[in-house]
Design a protein around this ligand. Structure first.
Ligand code: 3BY
Ligand code: FES
Ligand code: FE
Length: 417
């Protein structure tokens, strides 16, 4: 019988070679998966949803991350709350997965009843000395950054989210994402490790071969090639493209729309990058013909030519355009399964069939997400093969993957692995 002895996680971290993808075990092992959940999904800030997931008082949605279940709701004072979905009596789940409308949170087990603030208001049979006040639902640290809800399950949330908050609060203000409408939502379960999902998203090296729909509007700013290996024609095209990008960025900035790249990717706790990207072709939106899908623009936007405010972190990627936004949230389910939850947002008053066509709105990212899901599954299957050895990242189009792998190793070490 074949006997294998697993090396400690620290040995896998030690084995990672700079500029290369991770050793197989970091993508495939169950003990690493548990460590990842603890480090990256409990001790770091994660994106869990949107203010506009719960537009009205009493709207609630449950988000499960590992064994943790969170209730995101809007209370009677219209305040957003994030609380643990664990009854303070004997721990029963209060709400089931998915969206619901509640006036109070009533535990199905023995009917302990909580206000939408989390305060316990009814707990029969508990006697005179029972102090309801110390049995409120446990609150979770969270921040709404431009309408995106970031939560941290730790008692000591990392402070360097302040940079993300400062940068994105200004950049997202005109889109008013807090008051947008979720026009459509999908959950895709990718057959791969969450880090492969994130790596796949951080490069567009694979785009031309795999994303015909996205390539109509998406311009890869990493260029994805070695400038020295270009033909004179391609080089001229790349230079033209780069000049256009520089000119647009300058103009957008001059018009008061922050656009330059800001990143915090290594030597940090909170991982993010943002940049206003050019949209090619008609230049308006990530749709099949790059024209806007919604005639009612988001928030206070009056222009369709402000490109794509791109933001990504270690469990999300987002595209904010004049007419709509696409928000994707990544939640690991097991070492080899990852949930990608995608939401398409439009102005709250935009009416389907009148102001926007749902097919046009969702076409590009439904196709892209399915294509990426397929790529992640292929990638995971290959990484599980004993023949896999970590391969080199492109120094041109995969530098952000190298930064992610480096950050991953550093953060694991910072947490004692
Ligand atoms: O959505 C994203 O952020 C990236 C950009 C290109 C590849 N991937 C689809
Ligand atoms: Fe909730 Fe008993 S576990 S009321
Ligand atoms: Fe992709």
């Amino acid at each position: 019988m074949l006997q294998t002895f697993a090396s400690p996680i620290s040995a896998l971290l030690d084995a990672r070679a700079e500029g290369h993808s991770l050793p197989a075990g970091l993508y495939t092992r169950e003990d690493v998966f548990e460590a990842d959940l603890d480090v990256f999904f409990r001790r770091h800030w994660i994106c869990i949803g949107l203010e506009c997931d719960v537009p009205e008082a009493g709207d609630a949605t449950v988000v499960d991350i590992g064994k943790t279940s969170l209730i995101l709701l809007r209370d009677d004072d219209n305040e957003i709350r994030v609380m643990h979905n664990v009854c303070r009596h004997r721990g029963s789940r209060l709400l089931d997965a998915g969206k619901t409308i509640v006036s109070k949170l009533v535990c199905p087990y023995h009917t302990w009843t909580y206000e939408l603030t989390g305060e316990l208001s009814y707990a029969p049979h508990m006697g005179k000395g029972f102090d309801k006040e110390c049995r409120s639902l446990k609150q979770v640290a969270f921040k709404s950054i431009g309408g995106l809800i970031y939560a941290c399950l730790s008692e000591n949330p990392p402070e360097d989210i302040s940079h993300l908050e400062e940068v994105m609060t200004a950049r997202l203000a005109p889109y008013d994402i807090a008051n947008a409408k979720v026009a459509y939502e999908t959950d895709v379960i990718e057959k791969g490790n969450w880090k492969l999902t994130i790596e796949n998203n951080r490069e567009c090296y694979h785009c031309s071969a795999n994303h015909p729909e996205l390539c109509v509007s998406f311009v890869d700013l990493d260029f994805g090639f070695d400038p020295d290996a270009l033909s004179p024609e391609d080089r001229a095209q790349a230079e033209e493209h780069f000049a256009l990008y520089e000119a647009r960025t300058k103009q957008w900035e001059a018009d008061g729309f922050p656009s330059t790249a800001v990143e915090q990717l290594v030597d940090c706790t909170t991982n993010f990058r943002t940049q206003r990207l050019i949209i090619s072709g008609a230049g308006e939106s990530q749709t099949p013909d790059a024209t806007a899908a919604s005639s009612k623009l988001l928030g206070t936007m009056t222009r369709k030519d402000l490109g794509d405010t791109h933001l990504w972190g270690h469990n999300s990627w987002n595209h904010f355009m004049g007419d709509h936004a696409v928000v994707s949230i990544v939640i690991p389910l097991s070492a080899d399964r990852t949930l990608v939850r995608t939401k398409w947002l439009v102005h709250k008053d935009a009416v389907e069939g009148v102001d926007y066509d749902l097919e046009k709105l969702t076409n590009v990212w439904i196709a892209t997400t399915d294509q990426d899901s397929e790529l992640v599954a292929r990638s995971h299957a290959g990484v599980e093969d004993p023949a896999y050895v970590p391969g080199p990242y492109s120094p041109f189009s995969e530098t952000n993957l190298d930064k992610f792998a480096t950050w991953y190793i550093d953060r694991m070490r910072a947490h004692g692995y």
